[in-house]
Ligand binder design. Structure first.
Ligand code: NAD
Ligand code: IPM
Ligand code: MN
Length: 354
């Protein structure tokens, strides 16, 4: 019977509400599929910061290194500046464990309403593959004349041939594996950003030449944002830089109904380090503590984790149970127009799983 060590970092706001629901799903998977999940729960995040003046202990990467996967809720608190919280915990895990791919699927499921008036028969089923360790998030820069009236800030984007090539290659492999439209769209702003994103375009073209079976498209990010709305059904795999992938994956999430349905996987495909699974959404302070959070983004993230851990049947069972809850249309949190509580939605998933 396989045993997996799972680190959980529920974090802040609704992270504290959705991660316990995700763990209930894993408990059910244990019984049904004969695996054992050993949880290590870490109380890192804003409350830890209020007690210790930092988001987590300085050896946090060492504490996580030996686990098989990390399940994270959300980080961010209205009383702490976001660059402090996010650069203090979430982003250093992505970079420190070289989780250079961030996969963010967006599927319009039966029973869920898109905010778009789609033409009949149009189906949205795409995955944004976001570069996750460099680009605009490299965190290279600094202040000059810090906090003086003439202050200067420099924030540099770093694009490397290696970093671009490996994420683009992952996108092509994913398009092959998905076996859907077999199409990869690359998104840059190389008309204005004449170095880093030109390197990206050239690298994309070079990798694309190795995949003659996959159709390609290159879009500028402004046009890509427009086309996500105009022709969402045309996208299959979309590969983009760290910042552009971040922005586009909020658009793809809402196109298929809600931030509360969008999962993500931060992956080190070489498996030297643990990968991290988390909903795309944040701590949602506007609804935190009210049992209004949709747990399904976290639960879909559990399915991505099971797939990564080599349990594809279990992953499929979780996905199928969620899809069935959505199709039935009875259990819905307020983001999907219903009145169900967080835990009631999980109850529905569990009843279909077992
Ligand atoms: P957000 O994703 O937290 O919320 C955006 C909107 O979506 C809100 O109206 C919220 O109520 C709604 N929403 C999000 N998740 C939902 C869910 N599961 N169910 C129902 N509704 C949901 O984004 P924000 O408001 O821009 O950010 C809030 C905080 O979270 C900030 O501190 C931000 O930095 C942080 N953040 C963290 C992560 C992360 O940890 N991965 C991701 C995004 C934002
Ligand atoms: C996300 C979030 C993070 C990001 C923030 C909170 C730093 O928006 O995971 O999408 O931009 O990566
Ligand atoms: Mn984001």
């Amino acid at each position: 019977m396989p045993t997996f060590k799972i680190a959980t970092i529920a974090g802040d706001g609704i992270g504290q509400e959705v991660i316990p629901e995700a763990k209930r799903i894993l408990d059910a998977i244990e019984k049904k599929f004969g695996a054992t999940f050993q949880f290590q729960d870490f109380d890192w995040g804003a409350d830890y910061y209020f007690r210790h003046g930092r988001m987590c202990p300085s050896d946090f990467l060492d504490q996580l290194r030996a686990v098989d996967a990390i399940l994270l809720g959300a980080i961010g608190h209205p009383r702490i500046p976001d660059h402090v919280t996010l650069n203090g915990l979430l982003l250093p895990i992505r970079r420190g464990f070289d989780q250079f791919v961030n996969v963010r699927p967006a599927v319009l499921y039966r029973g869920v309403q898109s905010p778009l008036a789609l033409r009949r028969g149009e189906h949205i089923d795409m995955a944004v593959v976001r570069e996750n360790t460099e680009g605009e998030y490299s965190q290279v820069g600094g202040f000059v004349y810090h906090e003086q009236p003439d202050e200067v800030a420099i924030q540099t984007s770093v694009f490397t041939r290696r970093g671009t090539e490996r994420v683009v290659r992952y996108a092509f492999e994913l398009a092959r594996k998905r076996n859907k439209k077999k199409r990869v769209t690359s998104v840059t702003k190389s008309n204005a950003q004449g170095y880093g994103m030109v390197l990206w375009d050239r690298t994309f073209a070079a990798v694309a030449a190795e995949y003659p079976d996959i159709e390609t498209e290159s879009l500028l990010v402004d046009a890509a944002a427009m086309n996500f709305i105009r022709r969402p059904e045309s996208f299959d795999v979309v590969v983009a830089s760290n910042l552009f992938g971040d922005i586009l994956s909020d658009i793809s999430a809402i196109l298929v109904g809600s931030m509360g349905l969008a999962p993500s996987a931060n992956i080190d495909p070489r498996r030297r380090f643990p990968s991290m699974f988390e909903p795309v959404h944040g701590s949602a302070p506007d609804i935190a503590g009210k049992s209004m959070a949709n747990p399904l983004a976290a639960i879909f993230s559990v399915a991505m984790m099971l797939e990564h851990l080599g349990m594809p049947e279990a992953a499929e069972a979780v996905n199928a149970a969620v899809v069935s809850v959505l199709a039935a249309g009875k259990l819905r949190t307020p983001d999907l127009g219903g009145t169900s509580k967080t835990g009631e939605v999980t109850d529905g998933v569990l009843s279909r799983l077992t």
